[in-house]
Design a binder for this molecule. Structure first.
Ligand code: NAD
Ligand code: USQ
Length: 413
């Protein structure tokens, strides 16, 4: 298939582009590298030393003989995106190209507005470009399990049958998102559903849980192909962060009670799920939702798993409960369905002891790059700041004055 990977320089997108290319699909990456600018803005860097995208692509070609096309541009620029879609003519457009950090969206008004404009307008542009230039192309959109929040009933895959005053209907599952970022995904879902109905586009919303891990078969071929591993408070996700914290002897930062329960998956399952969605497209006019995760854990479950893995390696891991900077339930019911991708052939990689050991080993290997001052949360849901600077994407730090020197050092590098 011809598959466009929007956001293919990012964490999930890079691993997916390589996997799809390896499996014989013709792949084009569309990206504007804004994720790398956010690292500069925040004065942070990934634990793993990622290389510039053209260098990554040359290495991929040298190892496999396969080429991945690169289209550099901003998906919120309609002219650029329309041209990219018209020229590449994808069978599937896999859309990862959004601002995906909940804390980033909660920094201040400007970051909230940026997140929603970047995400909602990018997706809207893609819907219009598909309608105009690739009507039969299947949109595979990365959504999030966080769209549903934590209701006190089972979570279904996208839709729920409701009986009300003696009548029944199947309706979109209620959304209770927990940040301006998560809300941007809710807005996307509504726009996509409407376009499937109005224009008979075909789309799959992959409501993905929290991803962990960094190594896939393809990224392991060469260090030049290494993937991101974020551990800072803004972009680092919880299990990756706990492994980095353990590696440098920092107490694990469990927010509040730690009963927050979420769906999780290995990045090797992310890439496979996307391929499954592409090769089993939705029908014209269909808006399909798959819950993309393989297991659910509470934050405290994960902390104990990392503690046990540390013990085997001779590292004494301490677990701290710090005040939760987010507004979220710290103990709640959680039971989310996730059978549709398994029905289509997904064979999950569960979080085994050996996998956790390998995550810890990566954190240990690159521990000299860890800046422990990035662990403690500074963004607070109850108290987002007013605007800090004029322009987004500048190399100026946006969270605190203390980070200025680090941002400058990174920029100088
Ligand atoms: P990431 O930040 O590592 O990658 C996103 C990529 O999109 C970056 O390379 C960035 O430069 C690009 N991008 C962003 N806005 C763009 C724009 N306007 N134009 C062109 N390119 C743009 O994020 P990720 O972790 O790979 O997440 C990818 C997608 O998966 C996101 O939509 C995210 O919401 C979703 N998701 C991620 C996770 C997770 O745990 N990482 C979990 C659930 C869902
Ligand atoms: N948490 C801690 N300690 C930490 C970091 C996080 O207790 O040091 C807690 C958070 O409070 C939250 C949970 O761990 O309850 C998950 O937080 P996270 O930062 O790992 O993930 P989240 O903010 O939910 O976002 C990530 C991705 C996002 C994706 C989402 C899937 O960044 O793009 O949409 O996972 S989901 O969680 O299903 O919404």
């Amino acid at each position: 298939m011809r598959i466009a990977v929007l956001g293919g320089d990012g964490y999930c997108g890079w691993a997916t582009a390589l996997y799809l290319s390896h499996r014989g699909h013709d792949v084009a990456i569309i990206d504007n590298f804004i994720r790398r600018q956010w690292d500069f803005e925040l004065g942070v860097q990934t634990l793993t030393p990622i290389r510039p995208l053209p260098e990554r692509l040359r290495a991929w070609n040298a190892h496999t003989g396969k080429s991945i096309e690169l289209l550099i541009g901003d998906v919120t620029d309609y002219e650029f995106l329309a041209e990219a879609i018209r020229e590449f003519r994808p069978d599937s457009a896999v859309h990862f190209a959004e601002q995906r950090s909940a804390p980033y969206s909660m920094i201040d008004r400007r970051h909230a507005a940026f997140t929603q404009v970047n995400n909602v307008v990018g997706t809207l542009n893609l819907l219009f470009a598909l309608r105009e230039f690739a009507h039969d192309c299947h949109l595979v959109k990365l959504g999030t399990m966080g769209e549903y929040g934590t209701p006190n009933i089972d979570i279904e895959e996208g839709y729920i049958e409701i009986e009300h005053n003696g009548r029944k209907d199947v309706l979109p599952y209620p959304k209770q998102a927990g940040s301006f970022y998560h809300l941007s995904k809710v807005h996307d879902s509504h726009n996509i559903m409407f376009c499937c109905k109005a224009w008979k586009l075909r789309a799959t919303d992959l409501n993905q849980g929290v991803v962990y891990g960094t190594v896939t078969e393809e990224t392991a071929l060469d260090e030049v192909l290494i993937n991101r591993f974020d551990y800072d408070e803004v972009f680092g996700t919880v299990l990756n962060r706990f492994c980095a914290q353990a590696a440098v002897g920092h107490p694990l930062t469990v927010y509040g009670k730690g009963g927050q329960t979420r769906g999780f998956l290995d990045i090797r399952d992310t890439v496979r799920c996307v391929e499954i969605a592409c090769t089993h497209p939705a029908a014209p006019g269909e808006f399909r939702v798959f819950n993309q995760f393989t297991e659910q854990f509470s934050v405290l479950d994960l902390a104990h798993k990392v503690e046990a893995a540390g013990k085997k390696m001779g590292i004494a891991v301490q677990i701290d409960h710090i005040p939760d900077p987010r507004v979220e339930a710290e103990a709640h019911y959680y039971n989310a369905k996730h059978s549709r991708l398994i029905d289509l052939g997904l064979q999950p990689h569960y979080l085994s002891d050996s996998l956790l050991d390998s995550l810890m080993n990566i954190a240990m290997e690159y521990r000299d790059r860890i800046d422990a001052s990035l662990f403690l949360p500074q963004v607070n849901w109850r108290n987002p700041r007013n605007d800090r600077h004029r322009q987004l994407g500048s190399t100026k730090p946006s969270i605190s004055e203390e980070r200025r020197p680090r941002a400058r050092a990174l920029a100088d590098d």
